[in-house]
Write a protein that binds this ligand. Structure first.
Ligand SMILES: CC(C)(COP(=O)(O)OP(=O)(O)OC[C@H]1O[C@@H](n2cnc3c(N)ncnc32)[C@H](O)[C@@H]1OP(=O)(O)O)[C@@H](O)C(=O)NCCC(=O)NCCS
Length: 167
């Protein structure tokens, strides 16, 4: 894979990101969920525009093409805590460290913002990635979808070190 850079997503990237996300889940979730579940679970992918407007959605770019995204949302109800959100990689670039690079950049940004604890709801297709990146399972649960389908997710958390260790 050619050189990868990390950039902050702009609102102009939104239409492209929506296509990337749809492509990503249809390909990379198919070993973990049935096709109707994957289709219906697209409704769970919300808040992309808010992340972009907050400046907290990052994209990985290779040769001018966005190949993945991921971001964070500061939890205003729990001090020092943020939710990792919207990690999706173009299937053609999967298993090349794209999500790892985006997550590292998110963690660096979160540390600088005083975040000490990250949490997320992982898909079964993302679980092994997050485990590899130091997240621990807290709970498995079934998310009820509007179609009546259930969609299994895993609540995971990770404590991150203080910002001064990463100056
Ligand atoms: C989960 C996802 C973001 C991972 O992106 P990625 O760029 O392929 O991940 P990386 O290459 O950085 O993976 C790093 C490590 O995580 C683990 N990992 C990643 N994907 C894995 C998979 N499908 N199965 C097993 N381990 C996996 C591996 O240990 C991998 O290292 P390796 O390739 O050297 O073995 C990507 O598969 C994806 O977009 N999935 C569909 C959307 C989705 O479910 N997103 C998660 C929402 S919570």
């Amino acid at each position: 894979m050619n050189h990868l850079t990390i950039q902050t997503a702009g609102i102009e990237n939104l239409p492209y990101l929506r296509k990337l996300i749809s492509h990503s889940v249809r390909q990379l979730q198919r070993d973990y969920y049935a096709p109707p579940q994957i289709h219906a679970a697209l409704e769970l992918i919300t808040g992309l525009e808010d992340l972009i407007l907050a400046g907290s959605l990052l994209v990985a770019v290779v040769d001018g093409e966005i190949v993945g995204c991921g971001g964070w949302k500061i939890d205003l109800s729990v001090s020092g805590s943020a939710e990792i959100r919207s990690f999706f990689v173009n299937p053609h670039f999967a298993r090349n460290g794209v999500a790892t690079t985006i997550l590292s950049a998110c963690e660096t940004a979160c540390r600088r913002l005083g975040v000490r604890r990250l949490y997320l709801s992982a898909t079964l297709s993302g679980e092994q990635f997050y485990t590899k990146r130091g997240f621990s399972e807290r709970e498995r649960y079934q998310q009820h979808l509007s179609t009546g389908d259930d969609f299994e997710l895993v609540r995971m958390t990770k404590n991150i070190e203080r910002a001064e260790n990463f100056a």
